[in-house]
Write a protein that binds this ligand. Structure first.
Ligand SMILES: C[S@@+](CC[C@H](N)C(=O)[O-])C[C@H]1O[C@@H](n2cnc3c(N)ncnc32)[C@H](O)[C@@H]1O
Length: 258
């Protein structure tokens, strides 16, 4: 029997390289259908023809189906572990290289930038790269502008030092921004860059099939430098850390075996 979701997935992959087959089908199909139901088309096949013709429709669609929820200092207890246990060890690296994989609009990457600046001093040598499959959030991240809601867990003294208050939110200051770069990257498709001291991949692979999730974790483990750390989300875990050269170090944090 024809499966229009599979046909749609094949078309989308041809068009964008994005592989819906690596995402949990039930969740993703529900999200896509509820979006398409509100469009002036008869179904997925006609919707595919629409996004084939219009880059703007395609971008809006991708923006809606990727879940970009984030905020600075999301799950503060995780960052506290990072600050007290991992950052002291990272000091030895020069520069310290951090990757926020699936960074959404940059809140996680900016949080790490605040933390390293606070802990190591403003002149510390570190680079943070944020990447996401969704081009629109990558552009947002580059601006470094965050709403009041995004900033609600940021300690006041950190907020005052590294951000400037504006009418509708907070703008990251240049001293913080210059540590950060953002790029579009598909964790299921693109080759990973090598040599990271810390990789954060939080609340991203929860939408992936188990197989895709394990592949991503394996790929991330590979590009960590020996002794480097991988931090996952507060509801996640690496299925078999030892099999991919990692060892559990702290809650939700794994160390690459040297
Ligand atoms: C819920 S946000 C997580 C943001 C941040 N890591 C956090 O925990 O606050 C999930 C992000 O994963 C991104 N994403 C989904 N599939 C991806 C893929 N294949 N490659 C890279 N990013 C992906 C989405 O676009 C979205 O911005």
């Amino acid at each position: 029997m024809a499966d229009e979701y599979i046909d749609f997935s094949t078309g989308l992959k041809r068009l964008t390289g994005i592989d819906l087959g690596s995402y949990k089908r039930q969740q993703m199909e529900r999200r896509i259908r509820s979006y398409v139901d509100r469009m002036p088309v008869s179904g997925l096949a006609e919707f595919l023809r629409l996004i084939e013709k219009s880059q703007e429709e395609l971008d809006t669609f991708l923006d809606r189906i990727t879940i970009n929820v984030s905020e600075l200092y999301r799950n503060p207890e995780q960052y506290e572990t990072l600050r007290t246990k991992v950052v002291p060890e990272l000091r030895a690296a020069n520069p310290i290289r951090v990757w926020s994989a699936g960074c959404s609009y940059g809140a996680e990457a900016f949080t790490v930038a605040c933390m390293l600046s606070e802990e190591l001093g403003g002149t510390a040598h570190f680079e943070i790269v944020g990447s996401d499959i969704d081009r629109r959030v990558v552009h947002r991240a580059e601006r470094g502008f965050f709403s009041d809601a995004d900033m609600r867990s940021v300690p006041a003294k950190v907020r005052e030092r590294w951000f400037e208050r504006q009418d509708s939110g907070f703008q990251a200051r240049e001293q913080l921004k210059h540590h950060l770069r953002f790029r579009r990257e598909d964790l299921l498709h693109d080759r990973f860059q090598n040599g990271w001291d810390l990789v954060l991949c939080r609340n991203v692979v929860i939408y992936f099939t188990d197989k895709a999730r394990d592949q991503v974790h394996q790929g991330l483990a590979k590009v960590l430098r020996p002794g480097g750390y991988l931090m996952v989300g507060s509801t996640e875990r690496v299925a078999d850390p030892h099999a991919i050269g990692l060892e559990p170090a702290y809650p939700f944090i794994y160390r690459k075996v040297a």
